[in-house]
Design a protein around this ligand. Structure first.
Ligand SMILES: Cc1cc2nc3c(=O)[nH]c(=O)nc-3n(C[C@H](O)[C@H](O)[C@H](O)COP(=O)(O)OP(=O)(O)OC[C@H]3O[C@@H](n4cnc5c(N)ncnc54)[C@H](O)[C@@H]3O)c2cc1C
Length: 416
């Protein structure tokens, strides 16, 4: 079958890989000069197969209210005269209740475990190099109550050998000696030994090359202008350079999908949740961690990517403005160096921003739309790197008309 994949972020690229391996004639269209150069470029690097949960949780409204006027707040809603933003924010808040949160968490875990298995299969099959580490992730807690509550929460979920170890700071430092200076800062940690870390951009770039090797065509530097519709069927796309026909079109345009789909009458509640990262070179220094780290009070994640330390965080609902707010990104750098003073040279840090493509229930949209030939694999929000390979496998199964290997409840486009 002739298939077009729109967007070469980590999501479009993994979809293209599985579709190509299925024997389809695949063309990927991407406006950037290479794969993984927008939101998939410098994310937190955590493959959080078991710890990911929806951001729309019952504690969020209180946190938002408490931090309403704080510029360095981890969550910041800058409401603007933008109907789409207000509609999204209301839907997101309506998901901040116990029942939708529990539902979303089930979906996250199902997709997370499946994606983890697919990631392992892809890297074994293709020998993809991406500064991967399989040392686990440490969640740091400031006080004994929040540590105990988080442990109790983790234990409510089925174990499957994945329940965390509860560590005091002495044991945490034995696991991750780079935390030595934090002995008195935190009460302890949860150690999830099976989580991994890795560079999403390297993975995407190298997987795109492998996919080309399997016969796909990646058209870089082409901007999509519209979907071509013939009655109830999508028959192709137009770009600023050419027209392409196809029997199936998979949309993986991150935060930019809704604008594009609206013109053919497909509504998709995805809104950009801006975040930042800093990347500090570690060469010549010996104080950077090797485990994934999640500093729960500061809501930042850190991962060691070869000779770099990446730290990412903050969530800003502020539309499509790509400006980097110095105060917010500098706070992340300060936290990195506070945690790991000997990790590297902060004056060499690279600052970055990305738009997380968030759905109001914080789980992606994977499946067929009401229009024949039009499929969605998008809306992966804060966890797209983790969920990429599973999503790619699932959309390839759906395009082929095969039964996906996991229950798709909670992921289907029709839920919105
Ligand atoms: C600060 C931050 C930290 C994060 N940390 C983690 C983490 O630790 N672990 C994790 O699992 N996830 C993390 N994420 C989430 C993850 O990075 C995203 O979910 C993921 O990158 C989304 O991938 P995507 O392919 O959907 O979007 P993108 O990577 O943005 O890809 C979409 C592509 O579509 C292209 N495009 C858009 N419009 C057009 C057009 N008109 N024509 C042609 N091409 C177009 C874009 O150029 C882009 O390349 C983080 C995100 C951020 C911002």
């Amino acid at each position: 079958m002739r298939v077009l994949v729109l967007g070469a972020g980590v999501i479009g690229t993994t979809a293209a890989y599985f579709l190509t391996r299925d024997g389809h004639d695949v063309t990927v269209i991407e406006r950037q000069a290479g794969a993984g150069l927008e939101t998939s470029f410098a994310n937190g690097g955590i493959v959080s197969a078991y710890t990911a949960k929806p951001w729309a949780s019952p504690t969020v409204p209180k946190t938002l209210l408490k931090n309403l006027f704080r510029e360095d707040a981890p969550y910041l809603f800058r409401l603007r005269p933008d109907l789409q933003q207000w509609a999204w924010a209301l839907k997101f808040l309506s998901n901040c209740r116990a029942e939708p949160f529990a539902r979303g968490q089930k979906v996250s875990r199902r997709l997370g475990a499946y994606s983890f298995a697919q990631l392992k299969a892809v890297r074994e099959a293709e020998g993809i190099e991406y500064d991967a580490r399989a040392e686990g992730m440490i969640e740091l807690y400031q006080d004994a109550e929040s540590l105990a509550a988080a442990d109790a929460f983790a234990r409510r979920l089925p174990d499957d050998g994945r329940h965390p170890q509860v560590l005091d700071m002495k044991s945490t430092i034995e696991v991750e000696p780079a935390l030595e200076d934090q002995r008195d800062t935190y009460a302890g940690s949860l150690f999830f030994s099976q989580e991994e870390t890795g560079d999403a951009h390297k993975f995407t770039k190298n997987l795109a090359a492998a996919t080309v090797g399997h016969g796909a065509d990646f058209r870089y530097g082409e901007t999509l202008t519209r979907l071509i519709r013939d009655g109830r069927r999508i028959t192709g796309v137009e770009t600023d350079k050419a027209t392409y026909e196809a029997e199936a079109v998979v949309v993986s345009l991150g935060s930019f999908g809704p604008r594009f789909l609206r013109r053919v009458g497909v509504k998709m509640p995805i809104y950009p949740m801006k975040g930042y990262s800093v990347t500090v070179p570690t060469a010549g220094h010996n104080g950077a961690p090797t485990h994934g780290i999640h500093d729960i009070p500061r809501r930042i994640v850190l991962s060691r990517l070869g000779d770099r330390l990446r730290c990412a965080g903050t969530a800003e609902l502020t539309g499509y403005n790509p400006a980097i707010t110095p105060g917010r990104v500098d706070a992340i750098l300060r936290d990195t160096m506070r945690l790991f003073p000997n990790a590297g040279d902060p004056s060499q840090a690279e600052r970055w921003m990305g738009f997380r493509p968030m759905t109001p229930d914080c789980v992606p949209i994977i499946g067929k739309t009401d229009l024949d030939g039009l499929y969605l694999d998008t809306g992966h929000g804060s966890t797209g790197w983790t969920w990429s390979c599973g999503s790619g496998r699932l959309i390839a199964d759906i395009v082929a008309g095969r039964e996906p290997e996991i229950d798709m409840t909670g992921l289907e486009p029709a839920r919105f």
